[in-house]
Design a protein around this ligand. Structure first.
Ligand code: URA
Length: 229
C-alpha cells in the first residue's frame, strides 16, 4: 500500500491562485528575513552562501514531503513495535548547470549518498531556443523519483528543456519534483501548464520579469552571486 503525501499546515501550501501542482514554502517572517538577506546587493558572498543554503535546505526537506511512503513497522529498543512509514522508492537529484549545482550540497545533507545527475542547457544562438549541451544522468533514472534543482525559475525555458531530457529517459512527469528558490509568475504559469502533474516547490513568487528576463525584485544573477568573488 502506498500512502500519498498528506499536506499538513507544516507543509508548503497551495493557494487557490496557484496551479494545483505548485507549492510555496510557508511565508513566515523567518523565511522573509532569509530572502531579504540574499536579495540585498550589499550582502557578502559568504553570507549569500550561508543564507541561500539555509533556504535550499528548507526546500529540499519540503520536496521530500511530497514523496509517497509505504507502511513500515520497526521494533524499538523497548521491544515494542512501532508502525511507521518509509519512503516508497529511490530518488535522485538532477541539477541544471551551473546554478543548480549550488543546491546539490543541500540535497546531499538530507539524502546520504544520493545520486545526482547534471544537465547543461544554453541558448542556441541561431534559434534563440534552449538547447541541450550536456547531460549525465543516473543509468536507472527511470526507476527513481527525480528532484530537479535550479534556483531561479525565470522564463522556464531551461527547466522545461531539462524535464524533456529527463522524461526521454523514461521518467514519468509525476515522478519529477522541481525545486527552486524564486519563481516568476510567468515562468510558473508556462511551466505548470506544460507539465501539469509535475510538482513545483518554490520558496517565493516574485513580481515578474524585466526585459532581460531577470526576475524582479529577484536577487540578480544567482550563479554570479554564489560563485564570483
Ligand atoms: N537567473 C538568475 O540567476 N537570475 C534571474 O533573475 C533569472 C535567471
Amino acid at each position: 500500500m502506498v500512502l500519498q503525501p498528506n499536506p499538513s499546515p507544516m507543509m508548503s501550501h497551495n493557494t487557490p491562485s496557484l496551479p494545483p501542482s505548485v507549492f510555496i514554502l510557508p511565508q513566515t517572517a523567518q523565511l522573509e528575513a532569509l530572502y531579504t538577506i540574499i536579495r540585498d546587493k550589499n550582502t557578502s558572498r559568504g553570507d549569500f552562501l550561508f543564507y541561500s543554503d539555509r533556504i535550499i535546505r528548507l526546500l529540499v526537506e519540503e520536496g521530500l514531503n511530497h514523496l509517497p511512503v509505504v507502511p513500515r513497522t520497526v521494533e524499538t529498543p523497548t521491544g515494542a513495535l512501532y508502525e511507521g512509514v518509509g519512503f516508497e522508492g529511490k530518488i535522485c537529484g538532477v541539477s541544471i548547470l551551473r546554478a543548480g549545482e549550488a543546491m546539490e550540497a543541500g540535497l546531499r545533507e538530507v539524502c546520504r549518498s544520493v545520486r545526482i545527475g547534471k544537465i547543461l542547457i544554453q541558448r542556441d544562438e541561431e534559434t534563440a531556443q534552449p538547447k541541450l549541451f550536456y547531460s549525465k544522468l543516473p543509468q536507472d533514472i527511470s526507476q527513481r523519483y527525480v528532484l530537479l534543482l535550479d534556483p531561479m525559475l525565470a522564463t522556464g525555458g531551461s527547466a522545461m528543456k531539462a524535464v524533456e531530457v529527463i522524461m526521454e529517459q523514461g521518467v514519468p512527469e509525476d515522478r519529477i519534483i522541481f525545486i527552486n528558490l524564486i519563481s516568476s509568475p510567468e515562468g510558473l504559469k508556462t511551466f505548470s501548464t506544460r507539465f501539469p502533474s509535475l510538482r513545483v516547490i518554490t520558496g517565493w513568487i516574485d513580481q515578474g520579469l524585466n526585459e532581460k528576463a531577470y526576475i524582479i525584485p529577484g536577487l540578480g544573477d544567482f550563479g554570479e552571486r554564489r560563485y564570483c568573488l
